[in-house]
Design a protein around this ligand. Structure first.
Ligand code: NI
Length: 226
């Protein structure tokens, strides 16, 4: 399941981020690619421990903590500090799969990449190409969102970034280890939670709400690692 989350960052936060990234010290993205990905990756990235990336990443992590859709859909256990990338001049990133386990820079810890996230930062009218194309159960889907919006997709998906043929595409990207590692279990919980929320909005005192909430929590208790 692909989940688009609108307005993760406000317009002010996007403007602040874009401004800070103008003076950033971009590096060749191939340095951080795995053996196979090096052949298809052509972009720029901020190094993991770049202070600008850390500062901007904090803004994103704070915004995510307040985002109910992110919490309900990702059921996050650990979120890797966001990284930033830049594509221009026909740069692209061919089909690849993200590594299943990633180190947390500057720490001895690792996370399992259950979910991948891309937070779009550039106005989509300011560049051509640059779609994130994800292969999921329904085939290929091309994603290009407004600045400040984010897409979550399963870490199990093969995906690519189309060539940027005009302008500059800036984005943040990161990974999430979920309390529920299995994609279909996590999706079931999100669908059940959404159905309970909409029933509660329509019929606030419906007698079955407590039972449904109980089923949700009992499933989560069965499936979650914390
Ligand atoms: Ni990737």
């Amino acid at each position: 399941m692909l989940i688009s989350i609108k307005g993760v960052l406000t317009a002010e936060e996007v403007a602040h981020t874009l401004n800070a990234l103008k003076n950033a010290d971009w590096a060749d993205g191939r340095h951080s690619a795995g053996y196979l990905s090096q052949n298809v990756k052509n972009n720029q990235q901020l190094p993991d421990e770049d202070p600008i990336a850390s500062e901007l990443g904090e803004v994103i992590l704070n915004a995510l903590q307040k985002n109910a859709v992110f919490t309900a859909s990702a059921l996050p256990l650990k979120v890797l500090p966001p990284l930033f990338n830049r594509y221009s001049d026909n740069q692209s990133y061919g089909g690849h799969i993200d590594g299943a386990v990633r180190p947390i820079a500057g720490s001895p810890h690792r996370i399992r990449t259950d979910l991948s996230a891309t937070l779009f930062l550039s106005d989509p009218d300011s560049y051509d190409g640059g779609e994130l194309v994800v292969n999921d159960a329904f085939g290929e889907r091309a994603i290009k969102l407004s600045a400040g919006d984010m897409v979550l997709y399963p870490g199990t998906s093969i995906h690519r970034i189309e060539s940027v043929t005009r302008g500059v595409r800036l984005a943040a990207f990161f990974w999430i280890q979920s309390m529920v590692r299995d994609n279909s279990q996590r999706e079931t919980l999100f669908q059940l939670d959404s159905a309970i929320q909409s029933l509660a909005a329509d019929v606030p005192k419906h007698a079955s709400l407590v039972e449904l909430a109980g089923i949700y929590h009992n499933l989560l208790r069965s499936w979650a690692d914390t």
